[in-house]
Design a protein around this ligand. Sequence first.
Ligand code: NI
Length: 164
Amino acid sequence: MTAILQATMTPSALIEGLARTPSRLAALVEGAPDAALDAAPAGEWNARTVLAHVRDDEFLVMRVRLARMLAEDHPTLTPFDEGAWAASRWLDRESRRELLADIAEQRAASVAILRRLPVEAWQRPGTQPEIGTFTLQWWVEHWYEHDVNHLEQVATLLGRPVPE
Ligand code: NI
């Protein structure tokens, strides 16, 4: 029998962490020149693309997987091709102001769902071929770690510390 991946953070800590990411990202890019948001080493995403990725993943990936794990009995989730996304992303709402507003709005919608989950829902299982089988809580923790990774990525790109 294969082990089911389990979270180490509590639901309340995860919700609190996820809820803080939009303001941390906003503080991180505040005052940075637009040219800095668009600069990156060859072959890497720049900060603006990372912000668009965080925004788009929220509704293309996060809430889709959340909804499937809540509605279906142990779904097999579909991998998401980030390279294809980056090559085909919409560019018409990528001003810093729009990106930050979109991130805050999308995240608030996700957090509102998570706050209302019954306690047993956090143990619902899902499987992703390249990861294995996990609880919804593990997957939300994975999502929070994704936030932290991209906060650190933008901080490195801009040469700034990650805000508290
Ligand atoms: Ni990512």
